[in-house]
Design a protein around this ligand. Sequence first.
Ligand code: FUL
Length: 470
Amino acid sequence: MPVLNRLCLLLLVGAFFKVKAQTPALPLPSPDQLAWHETNFYLFLHFGPNTFTNLEWGHGTEAEDLFNPTELDCDQWCRVAKAAGAKGLIITAKHHDGFCLWPSRYSTHTVRESPWRNGQGDVLRELSEACRRHGLLFGVYLSPWDRNHPQYGTPEYNDVYASTLTELLTGYGPLFEVWWDGANGEGPNGKRQTYDFHRFEKLVAQHQPHAVIFSDIGPGCRWAGNEQGTVNETNWGGLDTAGFGRGATGPPADRLQTGQPYGALWIPAECDVSIRPGWFYHAEEDDKVKTPDQLWDIYLQSVGRGANLILNVPPDRRGRIHPQDSAALVAFGQKKDAAFAKNLALGARLCGPRCGFGPKKIKTALTDGDWSTAEPFIGVDSTSRLWLDLGRKKTFNAVELQEWIGEGQRIQSFRVEVEQKDGWKEVARSTTVGHKKILTFPAVKARRVRISVTAALAPPSLSEVKVFRF
Ligand code: FUL
């Protein structure tokens, strides 16, 4: 945005509003977290012995021979992910049963001991290379709980976990996310493990400094407190983690759902859900795959509420995504593309209470359709209003806002109104905005749209406003 325009905007805004002098301390995202927010939506792949035993939690005693996908095709996974508009894939490198989808040097329960590709296979190698070919991000889930490893439940297991984690961190190129599950049950010797997460975090920071770590308490992003793929309408990126651990000792689910406005750390929500009832593939669930409409609702209640969405799509026994799932994902992707195809606010005029007041025809970074970290632009007080002139009457039923979170999440509530013959009519209201808020309402026809921030922790900054006809 040209400096002159930015200056004009500030003057315009300054003429209307008294800018607060002091900003309270708010948690701030790191540059890597800001990049992570931009990924919005990616797929989760639960795959391993459970795929072949029809279990959800393997016992760890499953024979390695069971793992033998007949047509494993990571390019197909990537094609489906791309069609759905997902930005990456995260795979269960090891689930609770301890089976490693790569030939780990620290386990004897791996693909190397299986008949698949004559023991020469490595699912992580194939998937990471496919992701690179398709321009997708790659991430790993490495279950700390291990029902197979003989050392589980002893201090030595932390060495084993650190070593296996290091194999993943150093062997497969850049990882965008590392996923730590909260489940912590007994190992083969009946003992539970006290994990040395501090050490594991340091390894990630050392080998993959840009990777975001998921867990109940982050530090990169947090579990949203349910496995339905949704987050609360009020969703703050902040979270206090002092006194909390992962799993059973994690923060209460309702706090994970909402976050905390003044939480000490920026640990935004990631919503996890499976496209089927289970996390692993079960043939009897082939007719229970979520529909494109259900996926769209989930998307609006996760990405549309400022969280990221990780949607599990479990490969079947062939090692392919089942046609039911891929059909739902492709249709969902098309629905999403169609919904966001035309931003009716593109190039709209930002204006004052009487359009025409102040600098004329200001095209702003706010409505250029390009959200980017380089364009925080406008700071106004906590009763700020923003008028958009769409140029002519247009019919729409959705508004998408993005807050400039680089300097802290500030908006507590806002409303959207449209100008009708008899005055301004409220069409939607909500609480937080954060990285993104998508609101839908019955279709209206209007030329002018008014967005009012009704409460904010500090002068709010929007970085993008979009208007759609879904
Ligand atoms: C849970 C696990 O126990 C499930 O098996 C699954 O991996 C899910 C994503 O997380 O805690």
